[in-house]
Design a protein around this ligand. Structure first.
Ligand SMILES: Cc1ncc(COP(=O)(O)O)c(C=O)c1O
Length: 394
């Protein structure tokens, strides 16, 4: 998962360019910046790498979700279907938009089960956010087909899966907008940063304006620009974008190393009959940030995760007990505790999240362990890890 393991002279050079000019702001200062447009460069290279017509950088993956919801017209009272296995940012962004998170079951892909979308549909459903968890894809073609059939907006939360593909097409390009994160633990990182991508010029223009106080960015004189819409400040700085450029140029090398490391571990673990690997709708497109597998029951999974971490196979996450990634421990959402004063009607629209029943998701996540794949492992460290795994599972 972590691109920070490969920080080097490439990142230093890009950052130095910015420090040498003194221009940390992504807009304007045309002469002083001496031709260095780090945010713009990152945007055009990321759009080209992912095969999207447009890309706009923002300050985080959470900001990307906020901007995507706004640019897709999702707001007050709308319902947005999401999985219960994600990161808290997914439901936070929906609530911040004045909309209502509606949870649908996941399946053995660890992502939304397309079969549970129809039962969650109401007259107020406006959008689906498909979250590509732990480096790999949801059944995105089925989800996209459902959204098209029902006239719903599809946003992809691809924060954990940059570089992953489904049948050769980049995740993040199947719906109206794809969202990415470059926070400190992501596949490529720039400290804090995010991006939205889209093929739709109008949504791109809205996203660009919304992320910068509604500026239309027409012409070079920032003081004279129009404000067609009200927006916020979700801008990225040139320093962050500079690091991101260097990291993006390493993405293919990162993916190759992750895939090789994961493949070695997966092959070794295939000998244990008690394990079932996560379903990958297209294994070739997996970005391989994690190796996720299921044990027969909750007790064995919880105990195995503890034993693996102790035995030297560290970085094994048991998400069922984790309060960032799975609904069970989201007590703040269940009590609707928030510092913001959300629109009054939102309380009427939202279900009682403490009573949401998602038995199939509970069953799957309670049996799942996700092992983080690192870039810096040496062959000896991988061999030691396999020995540790055999000691625990054998
Ligand atoms: C699935 C998912 N969505 C959104 C985010 C939010 O990204 P950020 O930390 O850049 O705000 C994350 C971050 O972990 C994530 O994993």
């Amino acid at each position: 998962m972590p691109g920070f393991e490969l920080f080097g002279d490439e990142e230093r050079k890009e950052v130095q360019d910015v420090l040498d000019t003194g221009v940390l702001f992504r807009y304007g200062f045309d002469t002083a910046r001496q031709g260095h447009w780090k945010a713009r460069t990152f945007e055009s290279e990321l759009a080209a790498r992912l095969g999207a017509a447009h890309c706009h950088l923002v300050s985080s993956g959470t900001a990307a979700l906020n901007v995507a919801l706004a640019a897709c017209g999702v707001g007050a009272g709308d319902e947005v279907i999401i999985p219960p296995f994600t990161f808290v940012a997914t439901f936070e962004a929906i609530l911040a938009a004045g909309a209502v998170p509606v949870f649908a079951e996941i399946d053995s892909t660890l992502c939304l089960d397309p079969k549970d979308l129809e039962p969650k549909l109401t007259a107020r459903t406006k959008a689906v956010i498909a979250v590509h968890m732990c480096g790999a894809m949801a059944r995105i073609d089925d989800i996209a087909a459902f959204c098209t059939r029902k006239g719903l907006v599809l946003i992809e939360d691809t924060c954990q899966s940059v570089g992953a593909t489904y049948k050769g097409k980049a995740l993040g390009t199947f719906g109206q907008m794809g969202c990415f994160s470059f926070d400190p633990v992501k596949t490529i990182t720039c400290g804090e940063g995010g991006a939205v991508i889209t093929d739709d010029a109008d949504r791109y223009a809205l996203a660009h304006a919304y992320a910068d106080h509604g500026h239309d960015h027409v012409g070079n004189d920032r003081g004279a620009e129009g404000h067609p819409i009200v927006g916020y400040n979700y801008r990225i700085s040139e320093l962050n974008a500079a690091v991101g450029i260097a990291q993006l140029r390493k993405l293919d090398a990162i993916l190759a190393r992750q895939r090789a490391n994961k493949n070695t571990l997966k092959t070794a673990m295939a000998e244990f009959p008690q394990i079932h690997f996560r379903t990958l709708p297209d294994a070739a497109g997996d970005s391989a940030t994690f190796l996720s597998f299921m044990l027969p029951d909750e007790a064995q999974a919880r105990q195995t995760a503890q034993e693996l971490n102790k035995a030297g196979a560290d970085g094994c996450f048991y998400y069922y007990d984790n309060n960032w990634h799975y609904l069970r421990q989201w007590h703040h959402l269940k009590k609707m505790h928030t510092a913001a004063r959300l629109p009054a009607q939102l309380w009427d629209y939202c279900p009682d999240y403490s009573r949401i029943g998602l038995p199939r998701s509970d069953d799957i996540i309670s049996r799942t362990i996700s092992m983080q794949i690192k870039l810096s492992w040496t062959p000896e460290q991988i061999a030691q890890r396999i020995t540790a795994i055999r000691n625990v599972l054998g």
